[in-house]
Design a protein around this ligand. Structure first.
Ligand SMILES: *Cc1c(COP(=O)(O)O)cnc(C)c1O
Length: 430
């Protein structure tokens, strides 16, 4: 096929020829990075396939269960598959876990008792966890139940402040929470190797401290996961990476048998634990989504790198920078003002297969302290492994861009976001 045909197709989608050409020049410089992403995806595909073969996944595991869900072989086998993929003793993977925040809440509240202290050694946690922990007052927070919280902030250069962490670990420190992805922050995300160093350091100060990693957005970005570095629990959402875009709900906690059992007791009831919880017919989506997750994550990663490489030369600060290594699928682009945030999000929205005709406007969101603008035209509501962009309307006016079930869709969305900025006179091509 001729390049010209492709350019014409992008024209129909709303991308001007000059914008397409600029994108093509940017892509020429990304070939080697994309090849490396493909190698990691291939490795992780093997890891998932091997776990499915070892656990003898069969069509019988796709059957729906209702009611109590006793003896649900599909659900139990899926949990063994997850445990094998993450190299943990046990896993809890459930549609009854409504989102990532819920999964994290279950993991924390199951493993912290009154009088215990929680430590975040790498700065403030994700926005929605502030109520969960009680950093922002809330009913039913850990604080209300007598669990205290300490935080060691990162050094100004984004590295761990080891002396401060050593000082913050005390006799009551029971659990350390480490967030892999930057979330709505402009700090760098952490590599699995960095998380491993931090885990070793915390254990060297206090051998029996439990480590939980908020793994949201990080799954399958690298060949190893934080559970390979000794985390007691890794926790995430199925409408992000590991659901592969097919899971319509759900969360997971993979970890030691002891921690995961406590989580199951907290999620259902003491004594019932993992024995109950019907799968409601979601097993095909959960299995197939996990199977696709390595390649879907790879597409999203390519999109993130393309966005940085496209926007950085135009003078917009990007975290991570275009040339930096990736540890999650989120790309922050600092746009400098609310108008540019709206234009960017309009471009992403107009590229969506669903609700492409909608104009995103900022609104209040539970758990966030500033109005948030969101662009998402997703098959699964709120799914952020699908192409989406969002950000709180506050300085530095950064949008957090992520996802794309296919690399080609991510590319289209990013080119259209730039097109909207160009159309509004908010930037110029170099
Ligand atoms: C998305 C996310 C969460 C919370 O997940 P929800 O599904 O939105 O509740 C927590 N931590 C990080 C780093 C995230 O990216």
């Amino acid at each position: 096929m001729k390049e010209q045909n492709l350019k014409e197709m992008y024209g129909k989608l709303g991308v001007a020829p000059e914008t397409y050409d600029y994108g093509a020049r940017v892509l020429d410089g990304l070939r080697e990075r994309f090849a490396e992403i493909d190698r990691v995806a291939e490795y992780n595909q093997g890891k998932v396939l091997e776990a499915m073969r070892r656990n003898r996944v069969s069509a019988a595991h796709f059957a729906a269960t209702t009611g109590y869900g006793y003896n649900d072989e599909g659900r139990d086998t899926l949990e063994r598959v997850y445990a094998d993929v993450f190299h943990t003793e046990a896993a809890l993977v459930r549609p009854q876990i409504t989102c990532g925040t819920h999964a994290l809440t279950v993991a924390l509240s199951a493993n912290l008792l009154p009088g215990d202290e929680l430590l975040s050694p790498a700065g403030a946690p994700y926005d929605t966890l502030k109520e969960v922990i009680g950093i922002r007052e809330s009913r039913c927070s850990l604080k209300e139940y007598g669990v205290s919280y300490r935080q060691a902030d990162l050094n100004p250069d984004g590295t761990f402040d080891y002396p401060a962490i050593r000082e913050a670990i005390g006799p009551r420190t029971k659990l350390v929470t480490i967030q892999r992805s930057k979330g709505y922050d402009t700090r760098p995300s952490f590599s699995v190797a960095q998380i491993g160093e931090l885990i070793s350091f915390c254990r060297s100060v206090k051998a029996d401290v439990k480590i939980m990693v908020d793994n949201c957005y990080g799954e399958f970005v690298e060949p190893l996961e934080p559970s390979d570095m000794g985390a007691d629990m890794v926790v995430g959402s199925l409408i992000k990476n590991p659901g592969g875009g097919l899971a319509p709900i759900g969360g997971y906690i993979c970890g030691s048998a002891e921690c995961v059992e406590r989580c199951a007791y907290r999620l259902s009831a003491p004594g019932l634990g993992q024995e109950v919880g019907a799968n409601l017919g979601l097993m095909p989506a959960f299995y197939q989504g996990l199977f696709l997750a390595p390649t879907v994550t790879a597409g999203a990663l390519k999109g993130a790198i393309f966005a940085a490489a496209l926007y950085e030369p135009l003078g917009f600060a990007c975290v991570p920078g275009a040339a930096e290594p990736r540890h999650d699928i989120i790309q922050a682009v600092t746009l400098g003002g609310p108008e540019a945030m709206s234009a960017f999000c309009l471009g992403i929205q107009s590229a969506a297969p669903v609700d492409s005709y909608v104009t995103p406007v900022p609104g209040d969101m539970p758990g966030y302290d500033a109005p948030v603008i969101m662009a998402a035209g997703a098959f699964v509501q709120g799914s952020s492994i699908e192409l989406s962009a969002d950000g709180p309307i506050r300085p530095p006016y950064a949008v957090y861009f992520q996802g794309g079930l296919t690399w080609y869709h991510a590319k289209t969305g990013i080119l259209l976001s730039l097109q909207k900025l160009l159309d509004a006179g908010l930037t110029r091509l170099p």
